[in-house]
Design a protein around this ligand. Structure first.
Ligand code: NPQ
Ligand code: MG
Length: 372
């Protein structure tokens, strides 16, 4: 296959209720307003997912701002164009700064369309070769430690390869100590989502006693320099999430000693071109990577799993099964966790699972269609 012309792009506005509120240092989230992107190109469809939250909590983008950017600034740069290589899409955004989640949603849909049109899995198109990927689970802040221990027991019984706890001031050292006492051997990490400052360095160092794989984003969402000051005061490796928005950020963070591990969320990076650049740079520099999660529907979930098949993704990702978040996912079949703690990397063309039309209809609020 040599080219695809982007004839039409739909924005499908869906609203999905999480099985349970997901509580982080940002506060509780119960409803996901998800915008799915469907591109039509030469008889194939491609699907992407806009991962911005309803409120500007994780980053400045929201479902509303990202949709406005698509309508007014971004879709016009791609509609009607012919792709010879899916890497081109990222270059078409030149001149439009920021808004990585909006850009990623469309770019990823084009990669899916390209993979389907060329009869290959998205994982293969991206350069991945793993057929299964280890899945971790991220557990929100619970009402009390007993409830947390209960949740962990359930996920450990399901076989998850790694447990991640959300921490915040007042819900950290004692809570992690109780978890470690009950689960001495599970691979365990914590994610602070920027809830601390450098003044908490001695307090955070108490977490060194619990053999954590990493502490994720302890300091400000846009900081690299203070993380470099914190890092030598902790034995626990720092993983950066929010503050790595490009391969260049990874290079700068590495140079300063701000982190030893990075998670990649294609939405945060602006899509696959940037995610592949991050992957290649981190692999060359010896920085372990894992794929993060944004409480995606099955569409975004399958994109994340395809990315996790690349060789640099050596740590379990937040690529949980569909039933971690949804009573019924919009993909058919849903993503399932195997007892060995892995999920399958689909081998079928594109993202590899069908969209369930009835399920989609039941969560769809409205559709916008754009043509050149
Ligand atoms: C993280 N995700 O790694 C994020 C944070 C996060 C699975 O822990 C709505 C949309 C609410 C995206 C809450 C996980 C969210 C969100 C938290 C992302 O930091
Ligand atoms: Mg995180």
């Amino acid at each position: 296959m040599t080219s695809l012309t982007l004839e039409r792009i739909d924005l499908l506005h869906v609203s999905m209720q999480l099985l349970e509120p997901f509580v982080t240092s940002f506060g509780p989230q119960q409803q996901r307003d998800i915008v799915l992107i469907r591109v039509f190109a030469d008889g194939v469809e491609g699907w992407g997912e806009l991962v911005a939250a309803r409120e500007p909590i994780y980053s400045e983008e929201t479902a509303i701002t990202a949709t406005a950017m698509l309508r007014h600034h971004l879709l016009g740069k791609v509609l009607g164009r012919t792709v010879d290589d899916p890497r081109q899409v990222d270059r078409w955004w030149a001149g439009a700064r920021g808004n990585p989640m909006a850009k990623a949603a469309v770019e990823m849909a084009v990669w899916d369309a390209w993979a389907r049109a060329s009869g290959q899995s998205l994982a293969h198109l991206l350069g991945g070769s793993a057929t299964r990927a280890p899945a971790g689970v991220s557990i929100g802040i619970q009402d009390d430690t007993a409830a947390l221990l209960d949740r962990i027991t359930g996920f450990v019984e399901q076989g998850y390869a790694r447990i991640k706890l959300k921490i915040a001031p007042g819900r950290d050292v004692a809570m992690v100590a109780a978890v470690r006492e009950q689960f001495p051997d599970i691979p365990l990490t914590v994610d602070a989502n920027s809830a601390y400052t450098l003044a908490d360095a001695d307090h955070l160092a108490q977490l060194d006693a619990f053999d954590l794989m990493m502490i994720e984003q302890p300091l400000a969402h846009d900081d690299i320099i203070d993380h470099a000051t914190l890092a030598p005061r902790l034995q626990t490796p720092i993983c950066l999430d929010e503050s790595i928005r490009s391969a260049g950020d990874a290079r700068r963070a590495h140079q300063l000693g701000a982190c030893r591990i990075i998670n990649c969320k294609p939405g945060r990076l602006g899509g696959y071109a940037a995610s592949l650049a991050l992957h290649d740079w981190c692999t060359a520099a010896g920085i372990p990577l894992w794929v993060g999660g944004m409480l995606e529907s099955g569409v975004g979930r399958l994109h994340n799993i395809a990315l996790a098949s690349l060789p640099g993704y050596t740590l379990p990702g937040d690529i949980s099964a569909s039933d971690r978040y949804w009573a019924a996912d919009i993909i058919d079949p849903p993503v399932r966790l195997a007892p060995d703690g892995t999920v399958a990397v689909p081998a079928a063309p594109g993202i590899g699972h069908a969209i369930d039309p009835q399920r989609l209809q039941s969560v769809l609020e409205h559709t916008e269609t754009f043509v050149p």
